[in-house]
Write a protein that binds this ligand. Structure first.
Ligand code: XMP
Length: 516
């Protein structure tokens, strides 16, 4: 980054809302990054070479300060001289390390709670009376040293918000970053602009040129290669890299045969339009061969992932590329970097995180600091077609994980046709924009039906249509019956092998979005 943007660091204690804090800050035009809570103060100082550190936020988290190895912060952080805001666990930790007292309480506060504003200053500037906030805690701050004062309380939390009388240190027991907290954005803005004195000069628009320059610098005079999936992240990384190094870039699109209808043609037409060196590898037969007889979903994913890497490596070797460019985005990095405690539900074969045996001199990740919506903004700035920018997510292993049981050529054809019908009907009715995903899944059972005057015995297709914000949770979409009816009759009319269509009415959780 050429400009030194004002920035606020979020020290992550593992809270489910840590990401939201950084997001909300960036929405205000101030750059923010999430770092592990045990970051050392000297590391923070070196961070300051790139950015202009204006404040630190200690996030919430699942721990209690009474836990044996309760997470702490490096002692030097309190002496860095930048404003600090503790949220939830961060609030309790600040009280604990500055000589206050925290106790375990029998009466927790969960969900919407009313706080009374005692002193509308600093983070609480401009607020008064009762404010509805979102709480989620059982430990409670019950005393603070005399250089601190209470600025808000609730019935059960006498120190629901506090501040230091001389230094810029604040604690909030509630979560200003969640939308259920009334005036939560105002509280965060107060911290950014009143307390930290930030300049709102961070904008995605400003950084496109510097990303291109960075790629040019990192790749140097070498050749580079990128695995292009046709999804938004690798597409944006490809266009940026091509702008940076021109024909020294080779983009590789591996068609494993489980793509949606017209996918290779779509990718080819978009990227040839950008004058990009694109290699489309038709590897359909070798993937099908490797999947023969395989029914277990995790084995399918593993085999497809491995085979993908083999194909990619073969092309990489031929191009003599020294650099690998990847479309890794910020949440990918956070997930794999230091938040290792989430349970493995399924192996996501993610082209962006492609491991490889080939020794590259360098791995370049131009989108590593951006969130998805910021990547979309970059895509728009680069002139990528809307169809690509707002397309629904599609899993790396493709239609292979939308065929329950063994994958055969015949079944791929069936599910591809059904997928096309679902997409056409949803998009024709203008619903695409508000839905996260809409697709068809082919069952491995056959059932009886009647077509014409004859008995038919054929496959079942499940239609899955969901609404979601980040795919962590999802709800089945309550779309009009008439549209479902049209989808169902088109599928059974146009695909002779199908006699029955069912609609999946399960949320995530307990189901996942994909069926395998
Ligand atoms: P689940 O099925 O876990 O999916 O609820 C969450 C989101 O991830 C997509 N998905 C994948 N994406 N490789 C990917 O790149 C995969 O193997 C994969 N599996 C699921 C899914 O489509 C949904 O958007």
């Amino acid at each position: 980054m050429a400009t030194r943007y004002d920035a606020v660091l979020v020290l992550d204690f593992g809270g489910q809302y840590s990401h939201l804090i950084a997001r909300r800050i960036r929405e205000q035009g101030v750059y923010s990054e999430i770092v592990p809570h045990d970051i050392k103060s000297y590391e923070i100082k070196s961070f300051n070479e790139k950015l202009n550190l204006k404040g630190i936020i200690l996030s919430g988290g699942p721990a209690s300060i009474f836990d044996e190895n309760a997470p702490r912060i490096d002692d030097g952080i309190m002496n860095l001289g930048v404003p600090i805001l503790g949220i939830c666990y961060g609030h309790q930790l600040l009280a604990h390390i500055t000589g206050g007292k925290v106790e375990r309480s029998n009466v927790g506060e969960y969900g919407a709670t009313y706080v009374i504003i005692d002193k509308p200053v600093g983070v609480l500037k401009g607020l008064k009376g009762k404010v509805k906030v979102w709480m989620s805690h059982s430990d409670n701050v019950i005393s603070l040293p005399c250089d601190y004062e209470i600025i808000a309380h609730t019935e059960n939390s006498p120190f629901a918000a506090f501040m230091h009388k001389g230094k810029q240190i604040y604690g909030l027991q509630w979560h200003p970053e969640v939308s259920h907290t009334e005036n939560g954005v105002k509280m965060l803005r107060n911290f950014l602009f009143e307390v930290c004195g930030c300049n709102a000069n961070w904008k995605v628009e400003n950084i496109v040129d510097s990303i291109i320059k960075e790629i040019r610098r990192d790749v140097g005079g070498d050749k580079a290669i990128i695995a292009l999936s046709g999804g938004i992240d690798s597409s944006v990384a490809t266009v940026l890299a091509a702008k940076a190094i021109g024909d020294r870039l080779t983009a590789v699109f591996v068609d494993h045969g489980f793509m949606r209808e017209n996918e290779s043609e779509f990718v080819r037409s978009v990227f040839q339009g950008f004058g990009i060196n694109l290699v489309v590898v038709n590897a359909q037969d070798r993937f099908l061969k490797r999947l023969k007889g395989v029914v277990d979903p995790e084995s399918k994913r593993k085999i497809i992932g491995e085979e993908f890497i083999r194909v990619f490596e073969e092309v990489a070797e031929r191009t003599r590329a020294k650099c690998l460019i990847q479309g890794t985005i910020y949440p990918d990095r956070i997930e794999s970097g230091f938040r290792r405690f989430s349970d493995k539900i399924k192996t996501h074969h993610n082209v962006a995180g492609l491991p490889t045996n080939i020794k590259f001199r360098k791995i370049v990740e131009p989108l590593r600091d951006l969130y998805k919506d910021e990547v979309r903004r970059v895509a728009e700035i680069l002139g990528l077609p809307r169809e690509l920018v707002y397309r629904q997510p599609f899993p790396g292993p493709g239609l292979a994980v939308r065929i329950i049981g063994e994958v055969t050529r015949e079944k791929v054809e069936i599910v591809r046709k059904a997928d096309k019908i679902v997409r056409e009907e949803i998009e024709r009715n203008g619903l695409g924009g508000r839905l996260w995903q809409y697709f068809a899944v082919l069952m491995d059972t056959k059932t009886t039906g009647v077509k014409g005057d004859a008995r038919a015995y054929g496959y079942v297709v499940a239609v899955r249509i969901v609404e979601s914000r980040e795919a962590m949770t999802a709800s089945f979409a309550k779309i009009p019956y008439e549209i479902l009816e049209k989808i169902s009759s088109r599928i059974t009319n146009e695909i002779p092998e199908i006699v029955r269509v069912v609609y999946d009415v399960t949320h995530k959780p307990p189901a996942t979005i994909e069926w395998e």
